[in-house]
Design a protein around this ligand. Structure first.
Ligand code: AOF
Ligand code: ZN
Length: 359
């Protein structure tokens, strides 16, 4: 199962509204277990993992054990249910990590398998598998996009200096780790302030992973981001959604569309973008996970509204306070994060520490 969970990570963020599931088939002919096939939900979401693994195993699937990170489906889509495909292939045993909450499945896949006389065990490495399926499971439960908030804190607890543009807080290893996080999400989200002050590109600049740059989303309800911003100017290369209310200026809309941006209408509340509704609307178009990269006000709103599912804190010991400048304080410290969230992973990356928390 641990191997299957690692395999599944390869298509995270690339299977649309489908989860990235993996199936590993193994058998023991007397000399120990060996793998005869493995499959992962294909790009875009179909075919599912099981028929791919079964095709690779061929006749060797007969009598094998299937390790699947999510309960095999029980519904007829464009293909027959995976539970039936496993039965037809003569698999002897099925081990799964997580029950599929989809209404069409929801333990029916397990039932189909056990009714056919297949030995089932469920809940194997459930916590580990749940991490990779988090965006999918969250959509089924909360009907909104999964939110990862990433913050880089200086030793004195700041995110930056007001009106000073990007202040380098973390080192190169932390930067690579951020790119990797970007690649795993469907979209990156920033507020207008960050787009104006930092003029970021928000792409995945890791060798070999350039194609994994997610969709970029900019909240610009008041139209303050200059049309010369890199995010707008590169919209033809990397898909870019600009979130605006329906009252948006017609000229500006036309200009943004010409640059290749997509306009995403939002509801407003107290002069700000209504975040729960936005996350619901994003999930409805298949954006199931967003990584939030700034700024402080957006991060604070998400934390206050209890919308942060995962928090990634990068901390550098450096002090960045500048006399006579307005400093940008972090809306959360590692101490409070430790109380409000569950720490899942901590890495030392050069001079930086990265800690990943989930709800
Ligand atoms: C599996 N194996 O690899 C995946 C599953 O639209 P469809 O027909 O592709 O069905 C989507 C549903 O299939 C999705 O909501 C989830 O229940 C299941 N995903 N199931 O047996 C897989 N990706
Ligand atoms: Zn299936």
């Amino acid at each position: 199962m641990a191997a299957a969970i690692r395999v599944a990570r390869h298509h995270e963020g690339l299977t649309g509204t489908n989860p990235s599931v993996a199936c590993v088939l193994a058998r023991d002919d007397g000399a120990g277990f060996y793998v005869v096939g493995s499959g992962i939900t294909a790009l875009g979401g179909r075919p599912h993992a099981e028929p791919i693994a079964l095709a690779e195993a061929g006749e060797l699937a007969k009598g094998a054990t299937a390790y699947v990170t999510l309960e095999p489906c029980a519904h007829h889509g464009r293909t027959p249910p995976c539970a039936q495909t496993l039965i037809d292939a003569g698999v002897a045993r099925v081990v799964t990590a997580v029950v599929d909450p989809d209404d069409r499945v929801n333990s029916l896949g397990h039932k189909m398998l056990s009714d056919a006389g297949i030995v089932i065990s469920t809940g194997c490495l459930a916590d580990e598998a749940t991490e990779g399926l988090a965006a999918y499971l969250n959509r089924k439960i909360n009907n909104r996009s999964y939110v990862t908030l990433k913050l880089a804190l200086s030793g004195d607890g700041y995110l930056g200096v007001k009106a000073k543009g990007q202040v380098a807080i973390t080192g190169p290893l932390a930067k690579s780790q951020t790119y990797l996080l970007r690649a795993r999400h469907h979209a990156i989200l920033v507020g207008a302030g960050t787009a104006v002050e930092d003029d970021p590109e928000l792409t995945c600049r890791l060798d070999g992973l350039e194609q994994r740059s997610p969709i970029r989303i900019i909240l610009d309800p008041n139209g303050c981001v200059p049309l010369t911003a890199k995010l707008f100017q590169t919209a033809k290369q990397t898909k870019t959604l600009v979130v605006v209310p329906n009252t948006m200026d017609h000229e500006r809309r036309k200009y943004l569309l010409d640059l290749g941006c997509e306009i995403f209408p939002c509801e407003m509340q107290n002069g700000k973008v209504a975040l729960p509704e936005l996350l619901e609307d994003l999930a409805s178009i298949g954006i199931l996970s967003v990584m939030v990269e700034g700024g402080a006000a957006l991060a604070k709103s998400l934390l206050d509204e209890n919308l942060v599912d995962e928090l990634v804190l990068f901390e550098n010991p450096k002090l960045i306070r500048v006399a006579n400048a307005e400093m940008i304080a972090s809306p959360i410290t590692s101490k409070i994060a430790g109380e409000k969230f569950q720490a899942k992973e901590s890495l030392i990356l050069g001079e930086d520490r990265m800690t990943r928390y989930t709800r």
